[in-house]
Design a protein. Structure first.
Length: 161
């Protein structure tokens, strides 16, 4: 069973690398700017690359680290569902979708200028589709699948105590 977990974790690691490569290709080569939620949806993939690599490097705490990866993809699922809901008009955009604050403090005037500028990417506007689906929709399906797979991985560690 544990060899099966290694294979699954290697697959998720490779898939995360490919997924992020595709996201960056769409962003920088095809010039489709991501919204704030799109950027947040990348977090589970970045975290899985770091954490799964850590499993193979330290060869300890596999169940704990796998559980954290699971939590990241559950988080990704929730964010993706929210994003799809915004795209479909089920939810209104939050402040997070409308403002790129960054790490600096903005004055009221700066905030107003930023809200009026066209550089803000709306979370409800789909600028890129694949097979007719938005990337948020595709990410929702992938995040759910990886979450289910990670539940299996964590359960496999419990069975092999």
């Amino acid at each position: 069973m544990l060899n099966n977990n290694k294979f699954i974790l290697n697959s998720i690691l490779a898939f995360s690398i490919v997924s992020l490569s595709i996201a960056y290709f769409i962003q920088y080569v095809l010039d489709h700017k991501p919204c704030d939620l799109c950027l947040i949806e990348r977090i589970p993939y970045i975290a899985s690359i770091i954490l799964i690599a850590l499993i193979f490097i330290i060869n300890k705490f596999e169940k704990l680290i796998s559980s954290v990866v699971l939590l990241f993809f559950v988080f990704g699922t929730v964010v993706s569902i929210y994003h799809v809901g915004i795209e479909q008009g089920f939810f209104s955009e939050s402040l997070l979708c409308n403002i790129r604050i960054g790490s600096k403090n903005l004055s009221t005037d700066d905030l107003l200028k930023q809200l009026q500028s066209s550089s803000v990417i709306s979370c409800k506007d789909v600028s890129f589709r694949f097979l007719g689906l938005s990337l948020a929709t595709i990410n929702t399906v992938i995040s759910v699948l990886i979450s289910v797979i990670m539940v299996k991985v964590v359960k496999n560690y419990e069975q092999n105590k």
